[in-house]
Write a protein that binds this ligand. Structure first.
Ligand code: IVH
Length: 686
C-alpha cells in the first residue's frame, strides 16, 4: 500500500529484521525457504542501506551482522573455532569493480592486471566443515550461525566422496585440519529422487539445494545414506601443525592430493577483467554442469595479503560472490485450472501473473495432480515461488506463507470436467483424476492431436489450435474424419490459404503409409506405448488379427501383460472405435505391419539415453527403437548407462553426467549402428 509518505526508517528497519529472521529460519533450520535467494538478498540490501544511512539504528544482533540462523536443537552443537563466514555479494560488473577499488585502497598491489585471483564456482548446496585429527575424520558440522553449527558427523560419513581419512600423499598429517566445502546433490540425482517422490505421492523437493540440506539433516543417518550426495572442498578452517601455504591455489592442490574432491573448473586468473570473463562464461554455461551453481566466488590468492585484508563481522574482505540472475522468482498465483488429456486425465495447472525467470516469461506451470496441490498447499491468491532452471519446464514450488491473505480458502479439485461438465473421478489408491466421458470434447481434441503427433501418424501442421478449429466447426469428430477432409472444407478458414491447405492434405495422405505399430500408438489405447505397440505389431502382423485375438492370446505375447491385453481388447471391441477404424480402413490407412523385419534384441540389458533433437528420429521414436531391441531408454544418465546419443542442442546436465560417469557420448550417425549391433561403431574415434 502506498500512502504517499516515506515510511519511517526505524519502523522499516524493524520490519526488515523481523522478515529476514523469519526467512533465515525457513532456509537454515527448516530447509524450506519461501522466497528466492534473490528476494532474500534484496531484503538484506535494503536493510544494510538503511543501517548505513542511519548509523543510530545499528544493532549488533541485526541479521546484517550475523550469519544464517541459530542451529537446530535436533543436533548437538559444534563450536567453530574459526568462524564460518558468509560472503559479500556483487550482482553486476560495476559492483565487482567497486570491490576491486576497495581492495586497491587497502592494498595497491591488488589493483591492475597483475593481481592474482582464484575464481571458483559458487556451488548451491550446504556449507559444511569436516574436522580431521591426525588425518582421521572426527566431526562433520553445518555452518549454523557461523559460530556454532550442528553435529552431522554420522550423516557426513555416509557420503562416499568424503574420505574417512586423508590420503597417504599428505603425511605427516596435521594434528587438526578443518576442510570446508559444499555438500550438494547432483541435478540428475535430484531429478530422480523427485520423480520417485512424485510417484509415491510424497512432497517433492523444491531444488537440489533443499534436497541436499534435507538429506543431510536427517536424525537417522541411514536415510542420508540412501541419497546421492557429493562434495567439493574449497577452503580451510582451523589448522594445527599443518603445512604452510603461501597461496589459495596451493591449498587447493594439497586438498586434492589429500583425497578431497576439488572442483575441476577452478581457475587462477589475473586482474578483474579475466575474473569477469570467467563469471560471464559460467553464467552462460551454468547448466552444462550436473550440479547447480548460483554464481562465482572470487578470492584473493595470496594468503599473506588475505590476512592483512581481514574480515568484517560478516564476511572476509578478500572474497566476493558474483551472483547470477535468479532462477526462482515469486509471483501471484491467479488461478488453478484443470486441463484434460487424451485419456481424460485431469491435470491441475497454475495460472500465474507472468514473471521472467531464467530469461523466459512464465505464465503457466503444471501442478501434476490433486495430492501435489495439497502437499504444496498452494491456493489461488497466494504469492508463490516459481522455478525455471535452464530448459526444464517451469514449476510452482510453494506459497510464501508470510504473504498469504487472511482467510484464503484451500483449493478444491473440481467435481466436473471443465470441457464437458461430466464427472471427474479419482479411483481409490490412484493419484490421478479422470473425466470418464468418452465423448468429452477435451479428450477428443487431445486424442486427435496425439494421433497427428510425431510419435503417432506424424501429420505435420496439425497441432492443438488447428484441431480445435476443425472440431469446433464440426468438420472432424474423430481421427477417421481427418482422411475425408477436402480442399473446399478448409479453404478460406482462418489460417488456411491455398498452400497451407495443400500441405495439410498431403501430410494427411502421407500418413496413410505409417507402419502398424505407429497406428497403434496413434490410437490412444490406454497403457499402449511404443514398445507394447511394436510387440503386438510384430506378433500379429495386422490390426484385424489383433482385433480377432482374445485377451488371453494377446497376453501370451512376451512383454504384453494382462492390463495391456485387456485394454487393447476393450478398445478394439467398442462400437465407437470400430466405426472409427472402419473409416480409416476405407480411406486406405495401412493396417499391416511391421514394416521392419523382427528386431533382434541387440540392446538387451543395456541403457541408452537420448538427448537433444535428432534429425531422423523424434525423441519418442528413438526411445521406442531402443526399447524394441530389448534396451532401456531412461531419462537420466548414471554409471550404468551404456551410451548417450546426443542430437542438436543436447541437455547439458546429461552430457556432464555422462562425462563424470565415463559414459560414451555419440552422435546420431552412430545410432543406427548401435541399434543394429548393440555396440558403438569402431574402437577408435569416429
Ligand atoms: S568460500 C569465508 N567458496 O557460499 C568464505 N563459499 O554465500 C567462505 N559457497 O557459506 C566461503 N561455493 O556455503 C566459498 N567456492 C566457494 C563456494 C562457497 C559455495 C557458499 C558457502 C558459503 C556461501 C556464502
Amino acid at each position: 500500500m502506498t500512502t504517499g509518505q516515506a515510511p519511517d526508517p526505524a519502523q522499516r528497519v524493524e520490519e526488515l529484521r523481523r522478515l529476514i529472521e523469519y526467512h533465515n529460519v525457513r532456509y537454515h533450520q527448516l530447509d524450506d525457504p519461501e522466497i528466492s535467494d534473490a528476494e532474500y538478498d534484496s531484503l538484506v540490501r535494503e536493510l544494510r542501506g538503511l543501517e548505513e544511512a542511519h548509523p543510530d539504528l545499528a544493532d549488533a544482533s541485526s541479521p546484517t551482522a550475523t550469519v544464517g540462523a541459530a542451529p537446530s536443537p535436533l543436533f548437538a552443537p559444534v563450536r567453530h573455532r574459526v568462524p564460518m563466514m558468509s560472503l559479500d555479494n556483487a550482482f553486476t560488473e560495476d559492483e565487482l569493480l567497486a570491490w576491486g577499488r576497495r581492495l586497491e585502497r587497502l592494498d595497491p598491489d591488488l589493483a591492475g592486471p597483475g593481481a592474482v585471483f582464484v575464481c571458483e564456482l559458487k556451488i548451491d548446496g550446504v556449507a559444511i566443515s569436516l574436522r580431521y585429527e591426525e588425518g582421521v575424520l572426527v566431526t562433520g558440522a553445518t555452518r549454523g550461525n557461523g559460530l556454532v553449527g550442528e553435529d552431522v558427523t554420522a550423516n557426513v560419513r555416509t557420503v562416499g566422496l568424503i574420505p574417512d581419512r586423508l590420503g597417504e600423499d599428505v603425511t605427516p598429517y596435521p594434528r587438526v585440519l578443518e576442510v570446508r566445502g559444499e555438500l550438494y546433490m547432483p541435478v540428475s540425482a535430484f531429478e530422480e529422487l523427485n520423480r520417485r517422490r512424485l510417484e509415491a505421492g510424497e512432497r517433492t523437493f523444491a531444488n537440489p539445494r533443499n534436497s541436499a540440506a534435507g538429506s543431510l539433516r536427517q536424525k537417522d543417518a541411514s536415510i542420508t545414506a540412501t541419497r546421492e550426495l557429493a562434495f567439493w572442498a574449497y577452503q580451510l578452517g582451523e589448522v594445527d601443525g599443518g603445512p604452510q601455504f603461501a597461496s589459495h591455489h596451493e591449498t587447493l592442490e594439497w586438498l586434492s592430493r589429500a583425497g578431497l574432491p576439488v572442483n575441476p573448473e577452478i581457475r587462477s586468473v589475473k586482474g578483474l577483467g579475466e575474473v569477469f570473463s570467467f563469471c560471464q562464461h559460467w553464467q552462460e554455461h551454468r547448466h552444462d554442469l550436473d550440479y547447480e551453481i548460483d554464481g562465482v566466488v572470487v578470492k584473493v590468492d595470496d594468503l599473506a595479503k588475505r590476512a592483512e585484508l581481514g574480515s568484517t563481522h560478516h564476511h572476509p574482505r578478500w572474497a566476493i560472490a558474483y551472483k547470477f540472475p535468479p532462477e526462482e522468482r515469486t509471483t501471484k498465483l491467479k488461478e488453478i485450472m484443470v486441463s484434460i488429456g487424451k485419456s481424460g486425465k485431469a491435470t491441475p495447472f497454475a495460472v500465474l501473473e507472468p514473471v521472467v525467470v531464467s530469461g523466459s516469461t512464465v505464465g503457466l506451470a503444471s501442478l501434476h495432480n490433486e495430492d501435489q496441490v495439497r502437499l504444496k498447499d498452494v491456493r489461488p491468491g497466494d504469492t508463490v515461488m516459481v522455478r525455471k532452471a535452464g530448459d526444464v519446464i517451469p514449476e510452482v514450488i510453494g506459497p510464501v506463507l508470510s504473504l498469504r491473505p487472511e482467510g484464503l480458502p484451500e483449493w478444491r479439485f473440481p467435481d466436473a470436467c471443465p470441457r464437458c461438465g461430466g464427472p471427474l473421478v479419482r479411483l481409490e489408491g490412484e493419484s490421478d483424476t479422470f473425466c470418464t466421458n468418452l465423448d468429452c470434447p477435451g479428450q477428443r481434441d487431445q486424442r486427435i492431436v496425439h494421433f497427428a503427433s510425431r510419435s503417432g501418424m506424424d501429420i505435420e501442421g496439425l497441432g492443438e489450435q488447428r484441431v480445435a478449429q476443425l472440431t469446433s466447426l464440426g468438420l472432424v469428430a474423430d481421427v477417421g474424419d481427418l482422411y475425408y477432409l477436402r480442399r473446399e472444407d478448409l479453404i478460406g478458414l482462418e489460417g488456411f490459404a491455398e498452400l497451407s491447405v495443400a500441405n495439410l492434405l498431403s501430410a494427411i495422405e502421407a500418413s496413410k503409409d505409417r507402419p502398424l505399430d505407429r497406428l497403434l500408438v496413434a490410437l490412444s489405447i490406454r497403457h499402449v506405448g511404443g514398445s507394447g505397440a511394436a510387440l503386438l505389431a510384430r506378433a500379429f502382423g495386422h490390426l484385424d488379427r489383433i482385433a480377432a485375438a482374445s485377451p488371453e492370446q494377446l497376453a501370451a505375447v512376451e512383454g504384453i501383460g494382462p492390463t495391456i491385453a485387456r485394454s487393447v481388447h476393450e478398445f478394439l471391441h467398442s462400437e465407437h472405435n470400430q466405426a472409427v477404424l472402419d473409416k480409416l480402413r476405407r480411406a486406405g490407412v495401412n493396417m499391416a505391419g511391421p514394416a521392419a523385419p523382427a528386431l533382434a534384441p541387440t540392446l538387451a540389458g543395456k541403457s541408452v539415453v537420448v538427448t537433444g533433437t535428432l534429425s531422423g528420429w523424434s525423441r519418442e521414436a528413438a526411445e521406442e527403437a531402443i526399447v524394441a531391441r530389448g534396451g532401456k531408454a531412461p531419462g537420466s544418465v548414471s554409471k550404468r548407462t551404456f551410451a548417450v546419443v546426443a542430437g542438436e542442442a543436447p541437455g547439458a546436465a546429461k552430457l556432464s553426467a555422462a562425462e563424470a560417469a565415463g559414459v560414451p557420448v555419440v552422435g546420431e550417425e552412430a545410432f543406427a549402428h548401435l541399434l543394429e549391433t548393440g555396440e558403438l561403431p569402431g574402437a577408435g574415434p569416429g
